[in-house]
Design a protein around this ligand. Structure first.
Ligand SMILES: C[S@@+](CC[C@H](N)C(=O)[O-])C[C@H]1O[C@@H](n2cnc3c(N)ncnc32)[C@H](O)[C@@H]1O
Length: 413
């Protein structure tokens, strides 16, 4: 087929899109479909943990089996994200019979629709098709993105890469960048973090990183889903450290993409030490942490003149009476300022009871912000005395940040 493709912006809100396959390609493609409001039906015997988390959260429908023709009932679009060419061809044959456009990851020439390389800037979406050559599309997309980023950056910090951060392409010694991806909105990654991400040969991503960032990676980038690594948390961390070191020693530029800031309850320090021990150079790119961004997204400043002169960020993943806890909850109860609790939902009843028992007033305003800065953000406002019960009643779930202090009402009219 030699004729030019006809570009369109599909308005998928509430419309059924069927994705066949639950692996790495689907993991990259599904976030953009959900962002467009599509009613996604995912057909696959197995899912990656990132997709599984979206299915568990009710963001998409998952049927755990192989494709059958009836899956396309009511569909407006099909994305075939399986490697097996025979399986892919059979899905696209059914799609063609029913006049449904079909994107194929395995064979662009057999597809009736192509996904463009995309860069998003607020309400503007730039989509580039490279005449069947995805690399050409990515190169043009990157140039346009850089141009738009420079225009948006007041002091030109989005400018050209410096010599020490060029892609390795396997020819130079490898290195690692620990990059904070921000709290959820893909536009909240830093300009530097984004630039390094576009230069990466390998991306090792956490479950909480914004899915839309992964959607924009070049197709040849190796994406390692760190939440998929088996074993318990400490063994899994060792495995991640090893992956970073091994890939870098093999000459790759590895971006370790972490939710929020890499050093705020992110185990970034352990990864840096592991790389340093192996002689692998590391760049750390701070990120916008949820401990500040989540309150902000709910209209709560963590400090406010005349209201709070300090804020304390604390992990609530261990109960106050847990022998391994390093937090002096009794001392925190004596502070007047803002307390921001991460990973605290499970132990919230015990935490609030301890703070009250040590003197913080049960009337202190409190708020919970779930999935902050994303399209599914939820906010609950309450008091220290009632927040644990209110949270249950409202069925709020992780990831969420709890804010305690008078700042919670500081900007209310
Ligand atoms: C392991 S910690 C990592 C924190 C991350 N490094 C940061 O700086 O935001 C994970 C916790 O961060 C908080 N969190 C991360 N993203 C969030 C979001 N978008 N909305 C609310 N809380 C979030 C939740 O408390 C979650 O349990």
């Amino acid at each position: 087929m030699t004729s030019n493709p006809y570009p369109l912006g599909l308005r998928l809100h509430g419309r059924r899109v069927v994705v066949v396959g639950g692996g790495a390609v689907a993991t990259r493609r599904v976030p953009a479909l959900l962002d467009a409001g599509a009613d996604v039906l995912l057909v696959a015997p197995e899912l990656t943990p990132a997709l599984r988390a979206r299915a568990d959260a009710g963001r998409l429908h998952w049927v755990r089996r192989r494709f059958v023709p009836e899956d396309l009932d009511g569909a407006w679009l099909v994305q075939v994200a399986v490697d097996d060419p025979i399986a892919a061809a059979s899905v696209s044959a059914v799609a063609a019979e029913r006049r449904i456009f079909c994107v194929r990851a395995d064979d662009r020439t057999a597809a009736t629709a192509w996904t463009p390389a995309v860069t998003r800037h607020g309400p503007v979406t730039v989509a580039v098709l490279g005449g069947g050559d995805p690399r050409r599309a990515m190169t043009v997309r990157d140039a346009i993105r850089d141009l738009l980023a420079v225009r948006l950056a007041p002091d030109g910090i989005a400018g050209r890469p410096d010599a020490s951060t060029g892609t390795t392409g396997g020819q130079q010694a490898g290195r690692v960048a620990l990059v904070g991806a921000g709290p959820g909105d893909p536009e909240l990654i830093t300009v530097k973090g984004w630039r390094l991400l576009t230069e990466a040969d390998v991306v090792v991503a956490d479950r909480l990183v914004p899915g839309l960032l992964l959607d924009e990676l070049r197709p040849d980038v190796e994406l390692v889903d760190a939440s998929k690594i088996p074993y318990g948390p400490s063994r899994a961390q060792e495995e991640i450290n090893q992956i970073l070191v091994d890939r870098a020693l093999a000459g790759a530029f590895v971006v370790r993409l972490k939710g929020g800031d890499p050093y705020v309850f992110g185990r970034g320090g352990e990864e840096l030490l592991a790389c340093a021990a192996a002689g692998v150079p590391v760049t750390v790119v701070p990120g916008v942490t949820s401990s500040i961004a989540a309150p902000a997204a709910a209209g709560i400043p963590v400090t406010h003149r005349g209201v709070a002169h300090e804020f304390t960020v604390v992990s609530g993943h261990l109960a106050p009476d847990a022998p391994a806890s390093l937090v002096r909850w009794d001392a925190l109860a004596g502070l007047h300022g803002t307390l921001v609790i991460l990973m605290g939902l499970k132990n919230l009843a015990a935490i609030t009871a301890t703070l009250i028992a040590h003197g913080r007033s049960p009337q202190t305003p409190a708020a919970v912000v779930q999935e902050a800065t994303t399209g599914t953000q939820r906010v609950l406002r309450s008091t220290l005395g009632a927040v644990a019960a209110d949270l249950k009643a409202a069925d709020l779930r992780p990831p969420a940040v709890v804010v305690v202090g008078d700042v919670v009402g500081a900007l209310d009219g």
